[in-house]
Design a protein around this ligand. Structure first.
Ligand code: GUN
Length: 332
């Protein structure tokens, strides 16, 4: 099932849409600031578009592999007496968030990860939420804490997230974990960027010395993707709504990562022949179709490899949440 998220940009797992519009301000989303209606495809259901000139990277198939690996690790941990647990906090009744959370908890069930669900009304106060986070921090059964964003209006997501024990921050959104990522000693890396890197790996795209153009500077996607690419010796240009001459920057890119939530922003003739194109955007058009930020048909004629929407990045985000939760459970 695909659910519409009315929000300003910000993509994440699946292309998870965190928004600034309407609901509680989400400072983490600020930066992927080309306004558009962003939608989410959950685990990326839907048929893959037909392959053209470039190889179409099948995120769904890769996610199946990642989940299978996770299931094996969970089984081994259980044998060793460790039952990995994820606390999932959902406040309010935002339909898109409900879908995201359902997909996340389903994935946990599938691999044998225990989840502790906290579904709270939109009237929940900041201090009640902070008390809950304190309890989850202290609960040894809980290895990871995920507070689904955005929070309802009036709640301070940054203050709440800051309260999470950084060793349980499986979203990788706390300043300590962001700092660790940028300083080259990552602990938890946000899930969508991890998925992007996995896709680049599967594509066999050389990273060292490559010019990567990242479009969108959100805390959830653009900035951490840039950090990960730099760590692999790519030369990164991080673009945003104030960037001058985006087309010429994209034309020089060996790798294009689009994460702004603007349908068809990147057109085919911007793509350098042989480039790898990773489309993190998920946007619903008025006719009901789901599309990314890249004109898929045009771009695949020139790209060596490209992700579809849906079925590209989306399925990997949830798979990477499992990966991070297992890392939290094992302290690795
Ligand atoms: N809402 C949309 N995407 C995300 C995400 O990656 N993490 C959290 N916590 N909430 C989200």
């Amino acid at each position: 099932m695909i659910t519409r998220v009315s929000s300003a940009a910000a993509i994440g797992a699946r292309g998870e849409g965190l928004g600034r519009a309407g609901k509680g301000l989400c400072p983490l989303c600020v930066g992927s600031d080309i306004s558009a209606e962003v939608t989410q495809a959950g685990t990326g259901q839907g048929d893959l578009p037909q392959a053209g000139a470039g190889r179409v990277l099948d995120g769904k198939a890769i996610a199946v592999t990642v989940r299978a690996e996770a299931a094996k690790r969970v089984a081994a941990l259980r044998q060793a007496g460790i039952v990995p647990g994820l606390a999932v906090v959902l406040v309010g009744d935002d339909p898109a968030s409900q879908v995201y959370v359902r997909n996340k908890t389903r994935a946990c069930d599938e691999v044998g990860l225990v989840h502790f669900d906290h579904r709270l009304p939109a009237t929940t106060t900041q201090s009640e939420l902070e008390a809950l986070v304190d309890r989850l921090n202290a609960d040894p059964r809980v290895h990871g804490i995920l507070v689904q964003l955005p929070l309802p209006a009036g709640l301070d997501s940054a203050a709440l997230l800051a309260r999470i024990d950084p060793r349980k921050d499986v979203d990788g959104l706390l300043p300590e974990n962001i700092g660790r990522l940028w300083s080259g000693a990552p602990r938890f890396v946000p899930c969508t960027p991890l998925g992007v890197m996995r896709l680049l790996g599967e594509a066999g795209t050389p990273l060292s010395g490559a010019h990567a153009v990242v479009i969108g500077r959100s805390a959830l996607v653009g900035k951490p993707v840039a950090a990960l690419l730099i760590a692999q010796n790519a030369t990164v240009t991080l673009c945003h709504s104030h960037t001058r001459d985006l087309p010429s920057l994209v034309r020089s890119a060996d790798i294009v990562i689009a994460a702004v939530g603007k349908p068809g922003l990147v057109v085919g003739d911007w793509i350098k022949p042989g480039a790898t194109v990773i489309d993190v955007g998920i946007n619903r058009l008025p006719d009901g179709r789901l599309v990314g930020d890249v004109d898929f048909e045009g771009a695949r004629q020139r790209a060596a490899a490209i992700t579809p929407v849906p079925g590209g990045v989306g399925p990997l985000t949830i798979a990477m949440l499992l990966h991070n939760t297992l890392a939290a459970a094992t302290g690795t």
